[in-house]
Design a protein around this ligand. Structure first.
Ligand code: ZN
Length: 136
């Protein structure tokens, strides 16, 4: 595990750990510290108790970067939820419209049946009037 190859894959895995880290790849729980260096005074960071900023095999991560990642991930999650909610709303609207269309289709066929009845009645009346004029 101390070869150059495994240390570079460890670094890749560390790079992929998004958000606020809880555990280093070595298994140690990470703690939050405050930087006392001249370059980053008072800046918060998460660090493996076995690591340091220069030691890339153990976890070292600035907390502000972790927080930005957390917010980004949360926004992604929120966007997905909002999108899903909108889809559900649209689906229910489509269902409502389909139901309404079914209802109007029934109404239309009902109207057509009624019109046919009226037409038959009209023809009957015409025939009766015609017969009345002939035989009266
Ligand atoms: Zn570690």
């Amino acid at each position: 595990m101390s070869s150059v190859n495994s240390s570079s894959t460890t670094r890749d895995r560390l790079a992929k750990q998004r958000g606020i880290p809880t555990r280093c790849n070595c298994g140690e729980a990470v703690n939050r510290f405050t930087s006392k260096t001249i370059q980053n005074p008072g800046r918060l960071f998460h660090c493996c108790p076995l690591g340091s900023q220069k030691d890339k095999t153990h976890l070292f991560k600035w907390t502000d970067k972790s927080v930005v990642e957390e917010i980004e991930d949360f926004q992604d999650l929120f966007d997905v939820r909002a999108g899903e909610a909108m889809m559900t709303r649209h689906e229910s609207r489509i269902q409502e419209m389909e139901d309404a269309m079914c209802h109007y289709e029934e109404k239309t066929s009902e109207c057509i049946r009624e019109l046919r009845g009226i037409k038959a009645l009209f023809v009957c009346c015409l025939v009766m009037v015609f017969l009345y004029h002939i035989y009266a």
